[in-house]
Design a protein around this ligand. Structure first.
Ligand SMILES: [Zn+2]
Length: 221
């Protein structure tokens, strides 16, 4: 009798697996998208298309309030698991976006070597890896920083452009010719990093488009 009860309980757990905690707050139970209702509401998700000059990009939520603190926890407090949840969201949204159907390759924005050493991981590469969990596209890891740059945040716009001049390069061994290239990063602020990479992709014959988890409300060009 006892055995039967145990078997019954095991079967019940199999049919109704214990709820997983939300991938963002780690407290409340997650819905099937991996985050709880409260976090989803606070993120204020709205899939939006924008452009930096002639280069289009898509983004998921505003870089303010809860959205900003989620990104900062991921980057500065070692919460790499947040990239799993955000990557999943980005993958689902991209998969449904007709304008991204022709994307051939994901290009995570490379982190300056100094920052990579400091942080231990590149959040853009983590996001790209996790996007692939739901939306299969190859990742190009041949775009690199060709020199150290100062952090973009805090620099006036003119200096941001100068700061990034010649900052990225494509390593030999890969061709972007004729490829639709999705440039991936956690947040778009001034748009200058995206612009510099989009130009590089174009120089090598590719067609760039951007994908960002968060956006600042006013992109200055
Ligand atoms: Zn939550």
């Amino acid at each position: 009798m006892k055995l039967l009860r145990e078997w019954g309980r095991a079967l019940e757990q199999l049919l109704f697996p214990p709820e997983l905690p939300c991938g963002l707050c780690r407290e409340r139970p997650a819905l099937d998208v991996g985050a709880c209702r409260a976090c989803l509401d606070s993120l204020n998700i709205r899939w939006e298309k924008g452009a930096v000059k002639r280069y289009p990009y898509f983004s998921l939520f505003p870089y303010q309030g809860f959205g900003r603190s989620v990104i900062q926890s991921m980057k500065f407090h070692g919460r790499q698991d947040i990239a799993v949840t955000l990557g999943f969201f980005l993958g689902l949204a991209s998969r449904e976006e007709p304008e991204l159907a022709s994307v051939d390759v994901l290009i995570p924005v490379p982190l300056a070597p100094g920052r990579l050493r400091e942080r231990g991981f590149n959040q853009a590469a983590l996001l790209a890896d996790n996007i692939r969990g739901v939306w299969k596209r190859p990742i190009c890891r041949h775009v690199v920083r060709s020199r150290e740059t100062r952090p973009q945040s805090g620099l006036p716009l003119r200096d941001r452009q100068r700061n990034l001049r010649g900052a990225f390069a494509l390593l030999p061994g890969v061709s972007l010719q004729g490829k639709h290239c999705l440039i991936v990063d956690d947040v778009i602020t001034s748009g200058q990093t995206f612009y510099a990479l989009a130009r590089l992709v174009e120089q090598y014959g590719g067609r760039p488009v951007g994908l960002f988890a968060a956006r600042t409300e006013s992109i200055r060009e």
